[in-house]
Design a protein around this ligand. Sequence first.
Ligand code: SAM
Ligand code: SF4
Length: 338
Amino acid sequence: MINTVEQKNILTDKMLRKHNYLRISLTEKCNLRCTYCMPADGVQLTPKNSLMNVDEIFSIAKIFVDHGVNKIRLTGGEPLVRKDFSEILKRLNSLNADLSLTTNGILVDRFIDDFKAYNLRSINVSLDTLQADKFKFITRRDQFLKAYENISLLVQNGFNIKLNVVLIKNFNDDEIKSFINLTKDLPIVVRFIEFMPFNGNNWDKSKLVTQKDILHDVVSYFGSDKLVKLEDNLNFISRDYQISGFMGSFGIISSVSNPFCDGCNRIRLTANGKLKNCLFSNDETDILSSLRNNETIEPLIAKTVYKKFAIRANMDTFKKLNNPELHSKNRSMLTIGG
Ligand code: SAM
Ligand code: SF4
């Protein structure tokens, strides 16, 4: 039952969730072609002049920060393929918000100095397998070594690293233990992500590896006495665990089998300036056009945030999420910004 209340802050929704975390997608382009993210025949790219430029990214981000956002994540597509990435980072660093990045890691060696100069310390790197041939299959590019070396480089340089692993049944679920074993001597967090349905990604529930499956696997390999449940953060998306005595930890992002929408504090801005109040929502608000028309965008932001559904854009049951009529109306993940 939704409790409708008067909206006092433009970033508070009708469930009284406060949105202090803005995720900005910088591009729809990518140097990999992950099968679960990018449709096989690619996506129709937005013309460059309809994408946010550096000034527009800064102006929109500033409005969000002025209203309470204190955390900004840069994502994509692959954010590091943007030629002006460092300029964007520099500008955003002048705002009063923590900066973070989600990347496939392929280009990070070129940016280490800029990350340090502009206070970007928290980086999520996507890596779905520790095997080069599987990497080539899932990303359609032969770049495993580069990705792996760059992750090591980030760890050596003291960045806070989370590895994002999308699990797909009978593809990489046999690597859960190997990923967790990485956390024995490395101060990293491995996050297993349930495969989510989006337009054109051939999602099928038989490919899903659920939170329950993962924990079952972990307990049978490491033993239940070694599995330690860590405390959930206030706005958690990942339920976190540690193997006793290991340096790092691991988490499970169960958006499909066990959503965590109650504490959601996230709002998304696509590279072409559309605001999405939920990853699963196909409803978008064009704030870039309004900005370009010199209109105030706060009322649009307020309306978008306020109408956010309680759970997964109203796909509140697995049955609804499993319905292609509902989930395939959304953009592909590549163009949302995960
Ligand atoms: N290119 C960057 C990267 O790969 O990290 C950033 C963009 S990518 C869309 C952001 C995250 O979304 C990645 O961790 C990726 O694995 C995840 N992702 C993409 N498609 C997904 C899907 N269908 N289900 C679950 N996670 C997905
Ligand atoms: Fe590119 Fe990231 Fe999508 Fe893979 S998951 S295709 S690296 S945007």
